[in-house]
Design a protein around this ligand. Structure first.
Ligand code: SAH
Length: 362
């Protein structure tokens, strides 16, 4: 955690009220609603809120708590404009990434919850790079607000958020959950369109089971036996499969929501017939959906993803056992924006890329 003060999307409604009481004690209370609405619903900066008196606008525009937290360092576009990745520089020099993906009927942003990651999964570029720090609420929410603004300017509406970028959301639980609340209450996204993806922090899953907002939970499983999972996902040594399954069961029982498992298919490592048998048993016992992700290449992991034919036969093996399974499209690979490829700009995407450095707005 850095020791800087709050930025534009850190303050909740109470914080906005308190800020206005300090900056402009003579102003009526409805100014707080106007400011909140302007920032969160209309995605504008305080200087753009023409309904506020000019002096107040100026005072807010110069106030550190209204500053943006993310400085765009680069922006890459792929898939004919349907996938867009940003590398953001944080105030302390750290770097994070977010990815916006448009598809028919939905626009999804994948956001980071930490600069780096301490979970050390060998096949993930973020894990290879190590941990820098937790993100603050405002740094998480601003990724969503900026993606929502870019989408709106393109005539699309940001509809979904996945907490699947850099970092482990449940290792930064408080900020992640405060961001969920803000995205739901302020930006107005439906809780059912928000998905938290975890490496399998069992106590975090149990805590999530007690929350009132019905967000989706995805667990990065990748192996359904402890020996292999200890290798692929080192945190398994701390929360082995039996404990993970118990936490997942509690989550499903408490919330009635569907759980999904993510499984990055690695050639010869976790795409064998036995792996499908074990995964099927594990998923069926919890009524979970399985999302297969052909492994995306990363600089520090020599093993390759399963071939398209191996992906299909793994999928079919699960299906024949009655598992609900889908194969995730690998989007943005050529700009290093696909699952597991986000390294905070440490590994710049290969040329040619459409790099458009942009100045921070409003
Ligand atoms: N820490 C969280 C969220 C970030 S990872 C988690 O582990 O779930 C988002 C998803 O991408 C996870 O399912 C992760 O296992 C997967 N992933 C990581 N590296 C990958 C790679 N090289 N190829 C495909 N998927 C990968």
């Amino acid at each position: 955690m850095n020791d800087r003060g709050p930025t534009r999307y850190d303050l909740d409604r109470t914080g906005i009220v308190a800020l206005l009481e300090r900056v402009a004690p003579d102003q009526p209370r409805y100014r707080a609603d106007q400011l909140w609405d302007g920032l969160h619903r209309r995605l504008l900066g305080p200087d753009e809120l023409t309904e506020l008196p000019r002096a107040l606008r100026a005072a807010l525009a110069g106030h550190p708590a209204m500053a943006l937290a993310l400085e765009p360092e680069g922006e890459w576009v792929a898939d004919g404009g349907e996938t867009r990745k940003w590398v953001w520089r944080l105030a302390d020099g750290g770097r994070i990434e977010s990815v916006l993906m448009h598809a028919r009927g939905r626009s999804t942003v994948c956001v980071s919850t930490q600069a780096g990651c301490a979970m050390a999964c060998g096949f993930c570029a973020t894990g290879q790079a190590g941990f820098d720090r937790h993100l603050r609420v405002g740094e998480i929410v601003e990724q969503v607000a900026r993606a929502a603004k870019v989408s709106a300017d393109d005539g699309r509406r940001l509809s979904h958020v996945v907490f699947m970028g850099m970092g482990e959301p449940l290792a930064n639980y408080d900020a992640t959950w405060a961001a969920v609340r803000s995205i739901h209450d302020g930006l107005g996204l439906s809780a059912r369109h928000l998905t938290i993806s975890t490496v399998g922090i069992a106590p975090g899953i149990r805590r999530l089971a007690t929350e009132a907002l019905p967000v989706n939970l995805a667990v990065s499983l990748h192996a359904a036996d402890d020996g292999l999972r200890d290798e692929l996902v080192p945190v398994n040594r701390r929360y082995p499969l039996a404990e993970l399954a118990a936490a997942c069961r509690e989550y499903v029982r408490a919330t009635g929501r569907r759980l999904s498992f993510e499984w990055a298919l690695i050639s010869g490592v976790n795409d064998r017939p036995d792996d499908a048998v074990r995964l099927a048993a594990f998923a069926l016992a919890l009524g979970a959906h399985v999302n297969l992700i052909p492994l995306n290449p990363t600089p520090g992991y020599p093993v390759v993803g399963s071939s398209p034919a191996a992906v299909r036969s793994f999928r079919d093996a699960l299906r024949s056992r009655g598992v609900n399974v889908t194969v995730r499209r690998t989007r943005g690979r050529e700009i290093a924006a696909a699952c597991g490829q986000l390294a905070g700009g440490r590994t710049p995407p290969p040329a040619p890329v459409a790099l458009r450095g942009r100045r921070a707005r409003g």
